[in-house]
Design a binder for this molecule. Sequence first.
Ligand code: PRP
Ligand code: URA
Length: 208
Amino acid sequence: MSMVFASSHPLVAHKLTVLRSTDTEPKKFRELIREIAALLTYEATADLQLLPRTVQTPLQKMSGYELQEKIGLVPILRAGLGMVEGVWDLMPSAEVWHIGLYRDEKTLKPVEYYNKLPIEPRVSVCLVLDPMLATGGSAVATIDIMKRWGVKKIKFLGIIGAPEGIEMMQRHHPEVPIYLAAIDEKLNQNGYILPGLGDAGDRQFGTG
Ligand code: PRP
Ligand code: URA
């Protein structure tokens, strides 16, 4: 069973409410996606492995730490793009590998259109980024790609998850933890999350 983390942090709750509002313009929307992604990264990285590293302070030497694992950020195009900067701010040495998927409007199944992964993975931990976990099809397909690529440690970072998407992830990738700002009620007949925030790609890029 996947570990599902839904934030109860007041900053996340406040920012998410503004994000949902129809009054929020694309510029502010992108800023909030980035900030919420950073707040969730703090939770999602709590178990990263460390190596000891000696550091010279202005007063003396001491033993400190550095991150041991090579981290890959995997935004699902388009909407996952907005989360990258928030995560990257905290882990500037992470590599970013884009996966392009769109949801077919009729079948709601993901269609892959961009994948330039090299043959061998150069990262040991992947954070898959997508604000919306709706039916779960896009997240499951991307994690399938990550597994085929050979990455062993995978986490999903989203903003809003529907129970249907969480259940699909649990069926297909039960060992992948899911980090969200909120779990909403359900999907509507068009596969949109209720109450949700609408179309996360269109709202970021002003294309709605
Ligand atoms: C949205 C969203 C997810 C997907 C979620 O992308 O960003 O990738 O839908 O739905 P699912 O869980 O049912 O697969 P969309 O297909 O609208 O593409 P876009 O990001 O380019 O707008
Ligand atoms: N994709 C979105 O952008 N929003 C939803 O509610 C569902 C899928």
